[in-house]
Design a protein. Structure first.
Length: 287
C-alpha cells in the first residue's frame, strides 16, 4: 500500500522500517530532515510537508512528540487534513490527549476521512522488532480495514472503543510503566546500598514476583550505564500529566501517579532527553 508516516524519531524509525520490509511504499516527513536519513536509506521516500505526505498516501500515520505538535501536523495549512483525500485512513500514533483524538475524529469525519487514534507500547525494542502493543480508538470498520497493516508493526492489537479510547488505554498503560520503572529504580538503589551483586539481584527479580517488563528491559541498560532513550523521560512526564488531567475530568484520585509525575518532573529538569531508566539518577548511588 501507499503509506505515509510523519515523525521519524526513535519509535517511528523502527515502525517505518517494518512497513518497508512488509513491502509497502512509505513516504515520510520529519521536522528535522536529518533524522529521516536512516529510513530513506532503507527505501522510504521524502516529502516536504505533512500535506504532501497525505497527498501521496492511502493511509497516513503521525507519531510526534506532544499534543501541540499533533495539532500543527494535522490542522495547519500544510497539514494532514489539507492533503488527504476522501476515504483515506488517517492515524495518530502519538500518545496525546483523548479530547484531541475525539476532536480530530469529528473533524475528519466531516471532511470525509477515516480517523483513528492508535498509541503504542513496547518502546524502541518493540518498534524495531515489530512486536508493539497497539491500542486503537475509532470506528470498528476503519479499525478492521487497518488491522492488516497494523499486523506488520505490532503483535497485540486491541480495538479499545470509540475515538479517544485508544488514548485512554495508553494512559492506563503508562501509569503502570511509571510505577514499574520507579519500583525497579528503588529496588536497584536498595540492592546497591546493601552491597548486593546486581546481576544476582537482577536474576532473582526476573524469576520472581518482582519481575516486570521494566526489570527485563531497563535494568540491564542501567547496569551497563546505557541511558539512551527508547522512551524519553520527558515524554513519560507528558503522559502522566495527560493521565492526571483526564483523571480529574473523571473525578478520580491517582496518588501514585501524582508521585510519579513529581519524580519525573524532577528528573526531566536535567535528564528529560534520556530514557525513563535514568530515573535511578535521582539517587546518589547512580549519579
Amino acid at each position: 500500500m501507499h503509506i505515509g508516516f510523519i515523525g521519524t524519531g526513535v519509535m517511528g524509525t523502527g515502525i517505518i522500517n517494518n512497513l518497508l520490509q512488509a513491502g509497502h511504499q512509505v513516504t515520510v516527513y520529519n521536522r528535522t530532515p536529518a533524522k529521516a536519513e536512516p529510513v530513506l536509506a532503507h527505501g522510504a521516500v521524502w516529502a516536504e510537508t505533512p500535506k504532501a505526505v497525505a497527498q501521496q498516501s492511502q493511509i497516513t500515520f503521525t507519531m510526534v512528540g506532544y499534543p501541540r505538535d499533533v495539532e500543527e501536523v494535522w490542522l495547519s495549512k500544510n497539514g494532514v487534513f489539507a492533503g488527504a483525500s476522501r476515504g483515506d485512513i488517517l492515524v495518530d500514533m502519538t500518545t496525546s490527549t483523548p479530547k484531541l483524538a475525539e476532536q480530530l475524529a469529528q473533524k475528519g469525519e466531516s471532511l470525509g476521512f477515516q480517523v483513528l487514534d492508535s498509541p503504542v507500547s513496547g518502546g524502541d525494542i518493540g518498534a524495531k522488532n515489530g512486536t508493539l502493543s497497539i491500542m486503537v480508538g475509532g470506528k470498528t470498520a476503519t479499525f478492521e480495514a487497518l488491522r492488516p497493516v497494523l499486523k506488520d508493526i505490532g503483535q497485540q492489537i486491541v480495538h479499545a472503543g470509540s475515538a479517544g479510547k485508544g488514548q485512554h488505554m495508553k494512559m492506563s498503560n503508562n501509569i503502570g510503566v511509571a510505577a514499574t520503572v520507579i519500583t525497579m529504580a528503588e529496588s536497584m538503589v536498595y540492592a546497591k546500598a546493601a552491597g548486593l551483586d546486581m546481576t544476582s539481584a537482577y536474576n532473582v527479580w526476573c524469576a520472581g514476583a518482582a519481575g516486570s517488563w521494566s526489570v527485563d528491559n531497563y535494568m540491564p541498560r542501567v547496569m551497563t550505564g546505557d541511558y539512551a532513550a527508547g522512551f524519553y523521560a520527558k515524554h513519560l512526564l507528558k503522559d502522566l500529566r495527560i493521565a492526571l488531567d483526564s483523571a480529574a475530568e473523571m473525578h478520580i484520585e491517582l496518588p501514585g501517579t501524582k508521585l510519579a509525575e513529581s519524580l519525573f518532573e524532577k528528573l526531566s529538569q536535567d535528564h528529560g532527553d534520556e530514557g525513563v531508566q535514568a530515573i535511578v539518577k535521582l539517587w546518589q548511588q547512580f549519579q
